[in-house]
Design a protein around this ligand. Sequence first.
Ligand SMILES: [Zn+2]
Length: 114
Amino acid sequence: MRTCAICGREARGFHYTHQLRPDRYPTFAFCSMRCLDTGGAIARRNKGMIDKTDMEKRAIKEARQFLAEVLTELGLMASFHDCSAAEIDRIIEACIDGFQDAMQRQTLNDDVPF
Ligand SMILES: [Zn+2]
């Protein structure tokens, strides 16, 4: 299965190649117009490349705040007080990975009602 270069869902026939030059730039596949637009904008800024690493890093950083809010609400913040930022990020990444894996598996099995 070819996955979307932006969100990791199944790609569905949307493609982007910088300057339409597949001899010089990689072709990326996307699941939707929305991801195609996002990917195209990144590639135009980035010499035809889509590097999600920076985006992911920033997204995980922003997710920390949401996790902190929930932990505070549940009164669990004290338990995480001694955790480093890297440990918090591992927790967030584990949730995201598990979620994406399960979503992809269900898509492959066609279990998802559309
Ligand atoms: Zn996508």
